[in-house]
Design a protein around this ligand. Structure first.
Ligand code: FES
Length: 499
């Protein structure tokens, strides 16, 4: 191979330092080699040049920078050869250095599956139930002892659909481009793998309950997403579905709208049960991830919405710092005057990276956090306004997801993720989708698991309660709300919100 030559035929050679030299067709991106060599498992943006996970440094043969490269890298970095591999299409033989980004989620291998189960199989019991949280990023399967809800086994896996893009939009685009079956098969195959492991160990769940957002459920069931992918965002259905995983009857939790799926329905069921126990009339459920989903519950009425919070709460784009840590760091930086309330890093030289709590934070991370927290706070304000309530009316804020566990409420209120007056009302509830699915499964089990014969009970069962919520809960599209845009701009400042 002659270094730096323009190949007259269509093949180019690309060397990835410490890995090897590979062939690439002209017009193909460097990302295709990274994926082929399994150096990059997934990209947040599906190769659109927005997530930054595929950054490489060209030692030679760097193509001209694209606009997205100019947005992501400083002029100095561009001169040093930094490019986004998904957009880099070399025209001559090239050499790059690639440092795979750190994953923050542990993939449990089959062996991990086994070792977890081995610890619990000896505690074998009577009937069992299965609950599944089908998340965009992670899938969690849990085996429960029926009647007590005791957790026998938990399997946590990355959603294999991530190879088609990290967000639901990219995956719907792939489904519309003809890859719908592959998207469905990779998830159903993984669910079967988990279920079959339990079957092989002698557990045969009486019933499984699966909760996921509306897009995840459409992709799993192979439903048409063409109307879900664009305005006015219409799902084929949000109704409860009966499905089978390795022969086990599986109830797919009903959803509410295109933006508010069965995972939030499950969260609402769990919250309502807790509200009833505590005698609470008004509460807010907030589930923060790539999408910030919220449900305001007030005297039997439910108003929901979802807001595109972007990657900040899942781990900053450039840093992979978990969202809760980023909030803490932003609050520290604000407190020490290293950033101002507009989010600007005060020392110009530090904008490429400012060290705090052992990580480097870039100006871009602060900007992403501002957009995410503005979307959440503005969403909360719109929900309250639509129900004619003020934050003071909220007796409880249920924070769902791992995020809630690690969130420093002082920091979240100091930079205005949550209204200040809610400080003492925040309660972290963990995985609300799993908790609600477990309640639902237990309730159906107590009713004899007759999922095909709803409405045969004296007291409203959870199945009927969910159907009532599906039909009567209101869901609003924030993008269509004028007030949202005004609140959003207002909420971009890093300052307490104290209406
Ligand atoms: S894959 Fe997202 S920026 Fe390249």
């Amino acid at each position: 191979m002659t270094e730096g030559r323009t190949d007259l035929c269509n093949t180019i050679h690309i060397t990835i330092q410490n890995i090897g030299t590979f062939s690439l067709q002209k017009g193909e991106s460097v990302l295709s080699v990274l994926k082929e060599q399994k150096l990059l498992g997934f990209s947040h943006c599906g190769g659109k040049g927005t997530c930054g996970r595929c950054a490489v440094q060209f030692i030679k043969g760097a193509p001209l920078p694209m606009p997205a490269d100019r947005r992501r890298f400083s002029p100095q970095q561009l001169r040093e050869g930094w490019r986004l591999a998904c957009l880099a299409k070399p025209v001559m033989d090239a050499e790059v250095v690639f440092q795979p980004p750190k994953e923050k989620i542990t993939i449990l291998t089959d062996d991990a599956f086994r070792s977890q189960a081995a610890k619990t199989a000896s505690e074998a019991c009577g009937d069992t139930l299965a609950v599944i949280d089908l998340g965009t990023t992670t899938i969690v399967m849990q085996l429960l002892e029926a009647g007590t809800g005791r957790v026998i086994d938990t399997c946590r896996m990355l959603n294999p659909q991530r190879q088609y893009g990290a967000d639901v939009i990219s995956r719907m685009e792939k489904a519309l481009a003809g890859e719908g079956k592959a998207l469905a098969d990779c998830v159903s195959g993984l669910l079967e793998q988990g279920m079959e492991k339990w079957l092989a160990e002698g557990f045969r769940p009486k019933l499984a309950v699966l909760a996921g957002n509306t897009v995840m459920i459409h992709l799993l069931l192979g439903l048409d997403v063409s109307k879900l992918a664009k305005a006015p965002f219409e799902p084929v259905t949000t109704a409860r579905q009966i499905w089978k995983i390795s022969g086990i009857t599986t109830v797919i939790m009903p959803g509410i709208s295109a933006f508010v799926g069965g995972d939030i329905m499950a969260g609402i069921l769990a919250c309502q049960e807790s509200m009833q126990r505590e005698g609470i009339a008004t509460a807010l459920l907030v589930d923060l991830g790539t999408n910030g989903e919220m449900a305001l519950m007030h005297r039997g009425e439910i108003l929901c919405t979802a807001t595109a919070a972007g990657p900040a709460f899942e781990g900053g784009v450039t840093t992979n710092v978990p969202g809760a840590d980023l909030i803490h760091i932003a609050s520290d930086l604000l407190h020490s005057g290293l950033i101002d309330e507009t989010g600007l890093i005060q020392n110009e030289k530090m904008r490429d990276g400012i060290a705090s709590r052992g990580v480097m934070i870039r100006q871009e991370d602060i900007r992403n956090l501002q957009m995410a927290k503005a979307a959440v706070l503005a969403g909360i304000r719109v929900l309250l306004q639509e129900m004619d309530l003020t934050p003071n009316a909220l007796q409880r804020v249920y924070l769902a997801g791992g995020f809630g566990y690690y969130l420093d409420v002082d920091a979240a209120c100091a930079i205005g993720v949550l209204p200040m007056m809610l400080h003492d009302h925040v309660k972290s509830v963990g995985n609300a989708a799993l908790a609600g699915s477990a309640l639902y499964a237990e309730n159906l089990y107590a009713q004899g698991c007759d999922v095909l014969q709803p409405g045969q009970h004296e007291k409203e069962c959870m199945d009927e309660q969910a159907e009532r919520i599906r039909l009567h809960a209101k869901s609003i599209n924030l993008a269509e709300m004028k007030a949202f845009h005004a609140y959003y701009v207002d909420a971009m400042y890093l300052q307490p919100y104290d209406c």
